[in-house]
Design a protein around this ligand. Structure first.
Ligand code: MG
Length: 366
């Protein structure tokens, strides 16, 4: 039976922390978990545990509400056998979190979304610590060269973006420095991953452009938060590219949305580095096209800081765990060049973006 992406995600979620439906007891949550777990395997019940037994990994776990965000970790989404799984980059390799949880009979969030939505960093930190010490878990460590990456976050409720947020970028395209952050959005269908491809919609656009950006991933619900507190709501940071079709952005009647959110136009990754390890106000960032450096700047050139962006948005939009925010791009985009020097991106081009401490995001245009 062909399985949809939604079903695949449901399975990955059901395999471990299914008790997470808002304070349910383990017994109450178990019913929901079984329904999803079995429904995903079709009418034949193939793979269904015998005798109605709950998988061992659930047995001693009672969800007690949010326990805090993960700390000190470099996280990623693995694609394994058609599922998205939470992974952690360690000195022993990339830990397949659901696999380690099964092996060690511990509870841990199975996917990045589960980690963020349930704010269950404590379980993850405990599992990683045990896996690094236990010889039994050695089979759960994978060589990073061999893994397939998924989108860092797969189901954000919102993808928010800030435009014109670097002084030199505003200057290069002849725009005024905005007094307040300029907000637009992308949809989940735009999400893309490290080593992915962007299929250019060449029948509707030709002016394709890159925008390397720092991406914020929210870890706690934020409503009307102060700048001083804003960063305590962040789960982590990623490298991203706010990929854009300039002709759709600027030549479709005064709205940016359609030029910003074609399918696959939001690559993010490869990692989410937990917020406790990062100063978002001072990170070098670069974008290269076919090995040639096109953008090279520092987040210190931002007009609205990450603190201000979160605080400002949170006054009118409740930010939820798992929401992601693209924070703007520095100078060096193709659109900023004089018209005779604008050579737009094309199929076959290879894009590489990097942010200091967050890793290099690569993707290819097709
Ligand atoms: Mg942008």
């Amino acid at each position: 039976m062909k399985r949809s992406r939604r079903d695949v995600l449901k399975t990955a979620g059901a395999l471990t922390a299914v008790a997470a439906a808002g304070g349910l007891t383990a017994m109450g949550a178990e019913g929901n978990a079984k329904e999803e777990y079995y429904a995903d395997r079709g009418a034949s019940g193939q793979g269904k545990p015998q005798g109605g037994q709950r998988p061992a990994v659930y047995q001693d776990y009672v969800y007690g509400g949010p326990r805090g965000m993960a700390r000190g970790l470099t996280l990623l989404t693995l694609r394994v056998k058609g599922e998205y799984r939470l992974g952690v980059k360690t000195e022993k390799g990339v830990l397949d979190v659901p696999e380690a949880a099964r092996t060690l009979k511990m509870h841990a969030p199975a996917t990045m979304d589960e980690l963020l939505q349930n704010e269950d960093g404590a379980s993850l930190n405990a599992l990683v610590e045990s896996a690094l010490k236990s010889p039994k878990a050695s089979g759960a460590f994978l060589k990073e060269e061999g893994i397939a990456y998924g989108p860092v976050v797969t189901r954000p409720q919102k993808i928010l973006c800030v435009g014109l947020n670097y002084r030199k970028h505003a200057q290069e395209i002849g725009a005024q420095v905005p007094k307040q952050p300029v907000l637009f959005s992308k949809f989940n269908t735009a999400l893309n991953h490290h080593n992915g491809t962007v299929k250019l919609p060449v029948d509707v656009a030709v002016k394709f452009d890159y925008e390397v950006e720092l991406v914020i991933v929210m870890g706690r619900e934020a409503h009307n938060v102060s700048e001083a507190d804003a960063l305590s709501y962040v789960a982590g940071y990623c490298t991203g590219n706010d990929f854009t079709a300039r002709d759709l952005q600027y030549e479709t009647g005064g709205q940016w949305l359609i030029g910003k959110t074609p399918d696959q136009f939001a690559p993010v990754g490869p990692y989410l580095v937990t917020a406790d390890q990062i100063d978002p106000d001072n990170l070098k960032l670069e974008c290269r096209v076919n090995g040639e450096t096109r953008q090279s700047s520092n987040t210190s050139d931002m007009i609205a800081s990450t603190r201000h962006i979160i605080s400002y948005f949170s006054r009118v939009i409740t930010l939820k765990p798992g929401d992601i925010i693209f924070t703007g791009t520095p100078e060096g985009v193709i659109y900023g060049k004089s018209k005779d020097k604008q050579v737009w991106l094309k199929p076959g081009d290879k894009i590489a973006c990097s942010l200091e401490k967050l890793g290099e995001l690569k993707f290819e245009l097709v």
